[in-house]
Design a protein around this ligand. Structure first.
Ligand code: ASP
Length: 366
């Protein structure tokens, strides 16, 4: 439990909300769609959502819970939370200080979806802005589009008033990139018989040597929330796969791949090997499973089975013929039931309810 936001605060804010004492929602001054159902308010996120505080007192999931039960718009609440991770250089999987691409440049992907408004926005390959999730929200609110990419996404961000920086590396991320360069032969771009493996394997060596947190070699934060009125929102924001080929876009900014929110049904988002979600549009699949009446656990497990069944390339399989990578889903339905599921065992995800924040063990498929 956080130092400044204890159990009494949670009970107080939740009670106030249920008595109708919450402040009106802002959503940039726009009225949300009318939602009258009620739910058990809950925030779920990848584990880093309960690890980093940046300069503040509380973590992402605590912030989201506090904001949404205090009356802040549901997506604004989620973004107030993930922004903590984007700004904290200690989280080298997201935003400022994220592990860079193969050229040493931090390229960021993010998406957000607002359930009640049925709106969404994303950015991909964005450089120079610490908070890509907020640029994604600007795409959502200020344009007719869902996705802006690369230098034009940066130009859009500049026009929207975001600060543009030359370099988002922290000392830590720069040192790790230099170490990676030292470990590979830079003249050997992956050969025909060994696609993608050289850079990948030296990255994995660095994980094994304790130089990179495995959570950050892939890394990302996904955060989904439902408030006491059953309103849903979600965000996925990331620096993507460490040392990725410049221009590589993962699943995080692709609606249905790394994030999907249906305001009537539920929300799902993912961390891990983005290519698996790009191929299977798995977050969308998980939400469709919720729509068919599955529990969050069953819906997520079905998504993982689809990934397993569609993974047949030998380079992606281990000796048992199972996928040799990991993918995780964070799922919440409109009633406030939730789950965290993982392809391979181990690890915990973050949850915050009226009882406060906690780590919860994933349920594993393999
Ligand atoms: N899924 C994201 C990607 O593939 C980030 C991650 O690796 O978790 O870019």
């Amino acid at each position: 439990m956080s130092r400044s936001f204890d159990r009494r605060d949670f009970v107080k804010t939740t009670a106030a909300a249920s008595l109708g004492l919450a402040l009106p929602r802002s959503a940039h001054g726009r009225a949300p769609a009318v939602i009258t159902r009620s739910a058990r308010p809950v925030v779920v996120s990848s584990g880093n959502g309960y690890r980093y505080r940046h300069d503040g007192e509380i973590t992402c999931v605590e912030t989201v819970f506090q904001e949404m039960t205090g009356g802040t718009d549901i997506l604004d609440s989620v973004l107030a939370g993930v922004k903590i991770n984007e700004l904290d250089p200690g989280d080298s999987s997201v935003g400022y200080g994220g592990l860079p691409n193969g050229d040493g440049v931090v390229q960021l992907d993010a998406s957000c979806m607002h359930g009640p408004m049925k709106r969404a926005g994303s950015v991909a390959c964005l450089e120079g802005v610490r908070t890509p999730s907020l640029v994604a929200r600007a795409v959502m609110h200020e344009t007719d589009h869902h996705l802006l990419v690369g230098p034009d996404a940066q130009r859009f961000a500049r026009n929207m008033g975001f600060e543009i920086e030359d370099d988002l590396n922290s000392d830590h991320s720069r040192q790790r990139w230099l170490e990676w360069r030292r470990r590979i032969d830079p003249s050997r771009w992956p050969g025909e018989d060994d696609p993608d493996r050289i850079g990948y394997l030296s990255g994995m060596e660095m994980v094994a040597d304790g130089l990179i947190d495995p959570e950050h070699y892939w890394g990302t934060i996904n955060c989904n929330a439902v408030n006491q009125d059953g309103e849903l929102a979600g965000c996925t924001t990331t620096s993507g796969l460490a040392w990725k080929i410049p221009g590589r876009v993962g699943d995080s900014p692709i609606l249905g791949a790394g994030l999907y929110v249906d305001g009537e049904v539920g929300a799902a988002g993912s961390t891990g090997r983005g290519e698996a979600n790009l191929f299977n549009l798995t977050s969308y699949l998980v939400v469709e499973n919720l729509r068919r009446g599955m529990s969050p656990t069953d819906a997520g497990m079905e998504g993982l089975r689809r990934i397993r069944d569609n993974t047949i390339e030998p380079r992606l399989l281990n000796d048992e013929g199972e996928p040799n990578f990991n993918v995780r889903f964070y799922v919440v339905n409109a009633a406030g039931d939730y789950a965290g599921v993982t392809l391979r065992g181990g690890g915990q995800y973050a949850v915050c309810t009226e009882n406060g924040p906690e780590f919860v063990d994933f349920e594993a498929l393999l």
